[in-house]
Design a binder for this molecule. Structure first.
Ligand code: SAH
Length: 261
């Protein structure tokens, strides 16, 4: 009997894991809690005997793991991206504890969205840039004097919360409020942010010598807003129009177009 269906849209993404034993232990933690989707971004050693050994009877999770070279590949089609954080960051992001965060993840998964839960390197966690790709951050409120858990233990905590939601079934009906458009995925949002940055340079709002914080703040704004696909299209349309106006103005300034030729 498989009970994993309401969790099938949730993937565990391990970024640049060093120890293959940890990958195996994550697979086991996942299977115990009915999670099945494992994505490995540039694992240092995989496949590996140690991973297989630590996975015990969860070898199928390892066999089906998707190995990616970049984080972009692993989260491109996800509509909700959650990053785990063992430390406080300088630029604050929406931060939840595992129970509340997994409620959000579970609701979205039941509602049909693909959700990524990202876990970082054993020695230094996730980089700021990786954390900035997230809509939400989750922190296990551990002992402040020693708050860094082993990665498989951290996965276990999240997976347990998800499993509790699954067995209770409380959130299964009407999990997500109705919305008329699909939420944009991570790839669409990235493309929009690249386009926005380009346009801000075109209109001289951004300058190469200016501090980089502006794009970070805009990124946080959009990650928080959860744009839908139509909204992204509208915003990109505005950017395209802005760029074509700027081009026209520049052309007319630099020689007055074709007039007089
Ligand atoms: N020294 C690293 C800790 C990495 S622990 C750092 O300071 O960031 C490896 C991974 O386990 C982390 O990247 C995170 O995904 C997870 N993890 C460990 N402790 C956690 C905690 N208290 N809350 C959330 N995730 C945690």
């Amino acid at each position: 009997m498989t009970q994993g269906n309401t969790l099938d849209n949730i993937r565990i993404v391990l970024v640049n894991t060093s120890h293959p034993g940890n990958i195996g232990a994550v697979a086991r933690a996942m299977k115990n809690m009915c999670l099945s989707q494992l994505y490995l971004v540039a694992p240092r050693k995989f496949p590996h005997d140690e991973a297989t050994w630590r996975a015990a009877s969860a070898g199928d999770i390892l066999d089906n793991a998707v190995v990616c070279e970049t984080l972009d590949e692993a989260i491109a089609d996800c509509q909700l991206v959650v990053g785990t954080s063992a430390r406080e960051r300088t630029v604050p992001w929406p931060l939840l504890d595992p129970r509340h965060c997994m409620q959000e993840a579970y609701k979205e998964s039941v509602g049909g969205h693909r959700v990524a839960l990202m876990f970082g390197r054993e020695d230094r966690g996730l980089t700021n840039e990786e954390l900035q790709r997230c809509n939400l951050h989750v922190h296990i409120p551990a002992n402040p004097e020693y708050s860094s858990l082993n990665i498989a233990m951290a996965v276990q905590v999240m997976a347990y919360e998800l499993r509790m939601l699954q067995v209770s079934g409380d959130l299964d009906a009407n999990a997500m409020a109705e919305w008329d458009q699909p939420v944009a995925d991570a790839e669409a949002l990235e493309r929009y942010l690249v386009h926005l940055e380009e346009t801000l340079y075109d209109i001289n709002f951004l300058r190469p010598e200016a501090p980089k914080k502006l794009m970070l703040r805009l990124r946080r704004l959009y990650q928080r807003t959860r744009l839908d696909e139509m909204e992204v299209n509208i915003l990109r349309g505005i950017l395209t129009s802005t760029q074509s106006w700027v081009r026209k103005v520049r052309e007319s300034e630099s020689g007055g177009g074709d007039e007089g030729r």
